[in-house]
Design a protein around this ligand. Structure first.
Ligand code: AHM
Ligand code: MG
Length: 346
């Protein structure tokens, strides 16, 4: 008999989560929340793949709180995500990039986890069938969200409680992940014990573990910035960008890659090394990306893979949001690359 693992042996996300629960990494409630998120992602994956057939491309007609056109799929994905989380019965408050304010989940049975998410990031790519993704982060319930006020509590004060409960620094995250809808559907997850990658097997309809304990290369010569904004950047950032184009000793400058979809650009950076940046500029004083739904979860993941997430000066995970849709500049990726841009910005 050989010691070789049976070639029929696969580790599904469900089995993996149950093993994490048995090992005491997560509790039963968290297992259920994560399972419901993976279901939402599978549903969104199928909606994204069939979008041109089922007439889900194009805009909804509404503009979200942040003044952006909502795509039809933004709206649908937000509903899918919210419904899966609500019906898990284990979330107390959910906050979405697509909603004005966080919502208290009335049907919560136990657990009361706080979940922040961007249901469909990079949706401007959808109509051309380019990569998109969902991003999420999970916080433990705090006093604010547990205080189940009396029946006379006004809607305003419930809302205020929810806002206070989600405005936590990323360093409090218990779990974070993303699902990328691309040539493969990839689910990346950290529970604070390394980064695990699962790939959706379309035959089984299950996420299967394909990479464990992923480590980002210490350095990497790929940069992903929207350089169209160059003229709006400050001089320090311009000279950083110029430096990447110097051939240097190796005779080869950095390579530019920019999908315009954070999840796709981040996933490539995680595997190949390099840097993704969304700086502040003359028009967008805090850049474009949101701290709660985008920057903090991605920074938790990158740190778990041995990389770095910074706003140019400080660690993203140390920033406590004062507003739920707060934006911050983001520089994320290989340690050496992020430190390099920090040096230039000093
Ligand atoms: P969104 O949440 O409205 O989809 O915006 C976020 C996206 C990111 O996925 C991407 O990295 C960035 O916006 C691209 O912005 P730009 O088109 O300005 O380069
Ligand atoms: Mg987004």
């Amino acid at each position: 008999t050989s010691a070789k693992k049976s070639s029929y042996e696969i580790m599904t996300l469900t089995t993996w989560l149950l093993k994490q629960e048995q090992a005491g990494v997560i509790d039963n409630e968290m297992t259920i929340v994560l399972a419901s998120i993976s279901t939402a992602c599978k549903q969104i994956a199928s909606l994204v793949q069939r979008a041109p057939i089922s007439n889900l491309t194009g805009v909804q007609g509404a503009v979200n709180v942040q003044g952006e056109d909502q795509k039809k799929l933004d709206v649908v994905s937000n509903e899918v995500f919210s419904n899966c989380l609500k019906s898990s019965g284990r979330t107390g408050v959910i906050a979405s990039e697509e909603e004005d304010v966080p919502v208290a989940v009335e049907q919560s049975y136990s657990g009361n986890y706080i979940v922040v998410f961007d249901p469909l990031d990079g949706s401007s790519n959808i109509d051309a069938a380019v990569s998109t993704g969902s991003i999420f982060g999970i916080y433990s319930p705090n006093d604010e969200c547990l205080a189940d006020g009396d029946d006379n509590e006004t809607l305003d004060s419930v809302e205020q409680r929810c806002i206070v409960s989600v405005c936590q620094p990323g360093s409090n995250l218990l779990a974070a992940g993303y699902c990328m809808y691309s040539s493969s559907v990839i689910f990346v997850l950290t529970l604070g014990t390394g980064v695990y990658v699962f790939t959706l097997d379309p035959m089984y309809g299950e996420f299967v573990l394909t990479q464990e304990k992923v480590q980002i290369p210490k350095a990497g010569k790929i940069y992903a910035f929207n350089e169209g904004n160059y003229a709006l950047w400050d001089d320090k950032l311009k000279s950083y960008m110029d430096s990447l184009k110097e051939p240097g000793d190796s005779g080869k400058p950095y390579s530019a890659r920019y999908i315009g979809s954070l999840v796709g650009d981040f996933h490539r950076t995680l595997l190949y090394g390099g840097i993704y940046g969304y700086p502040r500029d003359k028009k967008s004083k805090n850049g474009k990306l949101r701290l709660l739904y985008e920057c903090a979860p991605m920074s938790f993941i990158v740190e778990q893979a041995g990389g770095k997430g910074s706003d140019g000066q400080q660690r993203i995970l140390d920033i406590t949001p004062t507003e739920i849709h707060q934006r911050v500049p983001l520089y994320i990726g290989s340690v050496e690359e992020v430190e390099k841009v920090e040096k230039f910005l000093e």
